[in-house]
Ligand binder design. Structure first.
Ligand code: NAD
Length: 321
């Protein structure tokens, strides 16, 4: 069996989980852990040794390990993605790049272009696509008229190099694109506010499509409790997915009664991070399309930047430039 040799660059909060999941995937061989923080490298390598009896080499500089791997998981802060990802792609290594692709649209486009021109596999970490409850939702939904999403997190000293649109809302934008693929947008109304940081920490966006369907998305990183709810309404059916509970709910009125038929499915064993990495590994080994590819992942990112612009424009009106 062919195995892909991996380096994980950035083993902070999320990178630690990436490293663990790679140890669970038979077709992957985790050879290197890279992080600028030596303490963190020690912690994560001790964990892998205890839990999986694996001892990947640790380094603080990614450049020296690239010639020895087939693929990279890049999970450093977004502001570093462009520089590191560009080097990885230029060295011809398959890349699993955490969302968002980069913190400017031009950098994101350039990375996608490099991958496409050189035929290098590039997958972006839109993990919600790998939730079983979300997959079921996408199978069932036919013609969404109204979509409502709440993605709330408590404040953490991480990912503050980006605002809440690139940090959290991007996941819901990706799902909206899956459900409204090909439908043109009429207009966007978006408001937000910087609260604990200099960047918008809470944003509400209303996207109205040319078919008159609407979605209302709220993302906040200033919340006491975590919430991940995605609700879709179409004629005669209401769907509700909760990716913390890992549950799917479908509700329909029963004709000629005052009652409703309720179908609930729970996926307690679901492990979307493992699923998405496994799909990446198999996709690279078998030369299959990656989900989502860099090119596909650009569409929600473009929408995210329109929302960011709209929020900034209103904030300038509020506070002056
Ligand atoms: P984090 O701050 O916990 O971890 C980042 C790590 O990268 C740190 O350990 C830091 O020392 C290291 N690092 C920074 N610059 C480096 C460099 N040049 N070379 C090597 N290591 C470097 O952040 P996080 O929460 O793990 O987020 C990392 C990325 O993952 C971000 O892009 C974020 O948007 C994304 N993320 C995605 C999801 C998701 O649901 N898909 C969830 C959380 C974070």
């Amino acid at each position: 069996m062919r195995r892909l040799k991996f380096a994980v660059i950035g083993v902070g909060h999320l990178g630690k989980f990436h490293a663990q999941k790679l140890c669970e995937i038979e077709e992957a061989e985790l050879k290197f852990l890279i992080d600028l923080n030596e303490e963190r490298l020690k912690e994560v390598s001790q964990l892998l040794k205890n839990r999986y009896q694996r001892e990947p080499e640790v380094h603080t500089d990614f450049h020296r390990v690239l010639p020895e791997v087939d693929a990279v998981v890049l999970s450093t802060p977004t502001s570093t993605h462009y520089e590191i990802a560009k080097e990885v792609l230029q060295q011809g290594k398959a890349l699993f790049l955490e969302k968002p692709i980069a913190n400017t649209l031009s950098q994101a486009r350039e990375l996608v272009e490099i991958a496409q021109q050189r035929g290098i596999p590039l997958q972006i970490g839109y993990i919600e696509r790998y939730q079983k409850a979300v997959r079921l939702l996408c199978e069932r939904v036919q013609n969404p008229l109204f979509i409502e999403a709440h993605r709330l997190s408590s404040f953490a000293e991480r990912n503050l190099d980006i605002d809440v649109v690139l940090d959290l809302m991007i996941h819901d934008l990706d799902l909206v694109f899956l459900l409204k693929r090909g439908v043109e947008i009429d207009f966007i109304h978006a408001v937000g506010a910087p609260l604990f940081t200099e960047k918008p920490d809470i944003v509400n966006a209303r996207i109205v499509f040319k078919d008159q369907s609407t979605c209302n998305l709220t993302a906040s990183r200033i919340s006491l409790s975590k919430q991940r709810k995605f609700r879709v309404f179409e004629r005669g059916i209401y769907y509700s997915v909760d990716t913390i509970e890992k549950s799917f709910l479908e509700i329909r009125p029963i004709p000629e009664t005052k009652n409703f038929a309720l179908e609930r499915k729970d996926f307690p064993e679901d492990d979307p991070l493992r699923e998405e990495l496994s799909s990446f590994v198999k996709g690279v080994l078998e030369g299959r399309a990656l989900i989502p590819s860099g090119k596909e992942a650009l569409l929600p990112l473009e929408m995210a930047f329109k929302i960011k612009e709209e929020v900034e424009r209103r904030l300038q009106g509020l506070y002056g430039s």
